[in-house]
Write a protein that binds this ligand. Structure first.
Ligand SMILES: *[C@@H]1O[C@H](CO)[C@@H](O)[C@H](O)[C@H]1NC(C)=O
Ligand SMILES: *[C@@H]1O[C@H](CO)[C@@H](O)[C@H](O)[C@H]1NC(C)=O
Ligand SMILES: *[C@@H]1O[C@H](CO)[C@@H](O)[C@H](O)[C@H]1NC(C)=O
Ligand SMILES: *[C@@H]1O[C@H](CO)[C@@H](O)[C@H](O)[C@H]1NC(C)=O
Ligand SMILES: *[C@@H]1O[C@H](CO)[C@@H](O)[C@H](O)[C@H]1NC(C)=O
Ligand SMILES: *[C@@H]1O[C@H](CO)[C@@H](O)[C@H](O)[C@H]1NC(C)=O
Ligand SMILES: *[C@@H]1O[C@H](CO)[C@@H](O)[C@H](O)[C@H]1NC(C)=O
Ligand SMILES: *[C@@H]1O[C@H](CO)[C@@H](O)[C@H](O)[C@H]1NC(C)=O
Ligand SMILES: *[C@@H]1O[C@H](CO)[C@@H](O)[C@H](O)[C@H]1NC(C)=O
Ligand SMILES: [Ca+2]
Length: 592
């Protein structure tokens, strides 16, 4: 069939396209004919001559943390566009499901670290649900170019176009272009609905929130996982553990810190009513565990070799510019009072020297990733290893110097960190910070949010997702009580803390924990059929319960097991809830 037959649109056309094969529609000619007309999107010019399209058959994914295994056919489509007057070029890629599998859905996907996309890794999570899936290169030059490579035009000169594109604009534009193209491609009429979703974790989670906040009327459902929101605080706090080490002049071996984490997990595991190696209640852990109890405990670890480098999907900003971790010799010793003071200070969070609270830390039971030291084989000591995730943010985004990490922490104090947080907030408050608390546009359009965060996340504090939830609740429901506003907001925005989970994945230190691997399916049922996820469906991917299903409680309810760990319920526990509530008096303005 010929694509232009369908430009007349209407039901007959839709039937014709749905009867067409993938090979019929997956042609450059049909995609060109499906592009929205010039002028549809003010300020954007689509380049019809850039289009590539090829059908791909019998492709498959083994699934994983974010979607199940599946086999599918799709049309692999790329195109580019420019912003009028800017002389730029942005590339976008979509996977369009075969016509007979298209369910009138669209899925936007994002990246991790400073990457705005995940290559094609997130696409299967869309096509397997009959959704067109899209990703963008942000206009950074190629799909493999990250923001940090282009954020400076020169020393002292920020690339604001790149910041805005990364901040929210590129994914929003990709969604608008993708939906409009899909309607013509599949012969839908202009006013027919395409259910529009977003799914991503870490930076990808931040990008999800950016869409809710900025393109609220484009999306029906968004899944922000462990989002890197509150960017100014989030990125700078990666340096907090290092500054504690420097301030206390104590640089522990990874073995000593691991021992403390293991003891924390061992003590706190049973507090949730089920002794399974999983700390499902880090709040009870916070209330009951005293890290001083680990003083003098012996530890020993085998030698390690150099760890490898590489892109890790959905993870925190990669430490890609520096050798990852140095080899360490076999280590043993006993937990020192210095290590206990260090860990206690890290877990307390960041305060100014005059005692004002500036940012929270990870939950107890999370590994001390940011505190990792380097072993110096000449002096046989452990040394400061500046977390480049934070260091690069300071050099490039705050100091505007083209350096991939801070050369030292000389003169850097807790107050310096707070000052950096404040200046980054000012610089990026309307782009990267991504904490606008008024979601009225999205909400009044009927949108649903399925937010989740690993409770033992060691890269983005779980408290970050709770604090944003509470900010939105208090801004949007100022006159309701805690319980009433929680109930009202729960009709469209639910937050699930995943017991034991690390950053966007299950946790090697708590392998018996569950992970929610079918979130898009759950969200589709909520959006399209009104099935509210009172609890979130999860599965045990590994460990003693492997293959079984689990349910995850919605904040502020917390999991508790009874009958020797056989029956789980979600309880309201005020003392536990209170441990998640923070007041940031280091700032003159509200910190959402
Ligand atoms: C896809 O796989 C099916 C079953 O294995 C096979 O029948 C079909 O020919 C394959 N299609 C293509 C285009 O390779
Ligand atoms: C999709 O299209 C791009 C651009 O033409 C190409 O580089 C890529 O290899 C294609 N992928 C597949 C699986 O065909
Ligand atoms: C911590 O526990 C893990 C198992 O979960 C073990 O592999 C590791 O050796 C332990 N580390 C220390 C320092 O005891
Ligand atoms: C601790 O390490 C020292 C030096 O490597 C070694 O001599 C000693 O046997 C080790 N002790 C234990 C309990 O592993
Ligand atoms: C010490 O580390 C350096 C750098 O990693 C390495 O080249 C050297 O071989 C090491 N020396 C010893 C004695 O292990
Ligand atoms: C930018 O600043 C850094 C740090 O001061 C310096 O090393 C680098 O040479 C400068 N680059 C240019 C192009 O001036
Ligand atoms: C640290 O501060 C001292 C005193 O203000 C100054 O002389 C020195 O240059 C600073 N060092 C760095 C690395 O900024
Ligand atoms: C909250 O109450 C105040 C005072 O009664 C009223 O002016 C305001 O409109 C209310 N806000 C909302 C969101 O209902
Ligand atoms: C809020 O609801 C919980 C049950 O979900 C209840 O235990 C608690 O007492 C309520 N709080 C208030 C102030 O009503
Ligand atoms: Ca447990």
């Amino acid at each position: 069939m010929h694509s232009n037959k369908c430009l007349a649109a209407g039901a007959a056309c839709a039937a014709a396209v749905q009867a067409a094969s993938l090979a019929d529609v997956c042609t450059v000619e049909h995609v060109q004919a499906s592009l929205p007309a010039t002028g549809t999107f003010l300020g954007l010019t689509l380049d019809a001559s850039s289009i590539t399209a090829n059908p791909v058959y019998n492709a498959s994914t083994t699934g994983g943390d974010f979607f199940p295994a599946a086999t599918y056919d799709y049309c692999n489509l790329t195109l580019s566009y420019s912003h009028d007057g800017r002389d730029d070029i942005t590339h976008i890629q979509y996977w369009f499901p075969a016509p007979e599998k298209f369910e009138k859905r669209y899925l936007a996907t994002g990246g991790g670290g400073y990457a705005i996309n995940s290559g094609s890794q997130s696409f299967p999570g869309g096509v397997q649900y009959g959704a067109v899936a899209g990703s963008t290169d942000g206009g950074f030059g190629s799909f493999g170019t990250n923001l940090d490579a282009v954020v400076l035009k020169a020393n002292g000169s920020i690339n604001w176009d790149a910041i805005h594109m990364f901040g929210y604009q590129a994914i929003g534009e990709m969604t608008q272009i993708g939906k409009a193209t899909a309607k013509s491609f599949y012969g839908m009429s202009a006013n027919e609905k395409i259910y529009t979703y977003y799914q991503g974790c870490s930076e990808g989670g931040r990008e999800g929130w950016s869409q809710v906040q900025r393109y609220g009327d484009e999306y029906d459902g968004v899944i922000p996982g462990a989002p890197a929101i509150r960017y100014a605080q989030q990125q700078v706090q990666h340096l907090y553990s290092n500054v504690v080490e420097k301030t206390l002049d104590y640089y522990p071996s990874a073995c000593e810190l691991d021992k403390i984490v293991n003891e924390t997990i061992a003590f706190c595991d049973p507090l949730d009513g089920r002794t399974d190696g999983v700390v499902s209640r880090t709040d009870l852990c916070k209330l009951k565990f005293d890290v001083k109890s680990t003083l003098g405990l012996p530890f020993s670890c085998a030698a390690t070799s150099q760890s490898s480098l590489g892109f890790s999907f959905g993870r925190k900003a990669k430490r890609q510019m520096v050798p990852a971790e140095s080899p360490t010799p076999a280590t043993n010793g006993t937990v020192s009072s210095e290590a206990i003071e260090l860990v206690q200070t890290i877990m307390n969070g960041l305060y100014t020297t005059d005692g004002k609270f500036a940012y929270f830390s990870y939950q107890p039971s999370a590994a001390f990733e940011d505190a990792k030291t380097t072993y110096n084989n000449e002096t046989d000591t452990y040394e400061l290893n500046i977390a480049s995730t934070g260091g690069e943010f300071v050099t490039k985004f705050i100091q505007t110097l083209d350096e991939s990490n801070l050369p030292s922490l000389s003169n850097v104090t807790y107050d310096t960190l707070v000052a950096w947080m404040k200046s980054a907030m000012l610089a990026y408050g309307d782009t990267l910070q991504t904490t606008l608390p008024d979601l009225s546009t999205f909400h009044s359009h009927g949108g649903k949010i399925l937010a989740y965060h690993g409770e033992s996340d060691n890269s983005i504090p779980a408290a970050s997702s709770v604090h944003y939830h509470e900010s939105v609740r208090s801004v949007m429901y100022p006159n309701l009580t805690f319980n009433s506003s929680t109930t009202a907001m729960g009709e469209w925005y639910r937050l699930f803390l995943v017991p034991g989970a690390a950053h966007c994945s299950i946790n090697t230190l708590q392998p018996n924990g569950p992970f929610p691997t079918t979130n898009l399916e759950v969200l589709i049922k909520w959006v399209e059929e009104g099935v509210v996820p009172t609890t979130l469906k999860a599965t045990y991917e590994k460990g003693i319960y492997e293959g079984q299903d689990a349910e995850i409680c919605a904040w502020p309810l917390r999991p508790i097991w009874a009958n020797s760990g056989t029956e789980m319920s979600c309880e309201y526990d005020q003392a536990s809830i209170d441990t998640w509530m923070y007041k940031f008096d280091a700032y003159e303005l509200p910190l959402y």
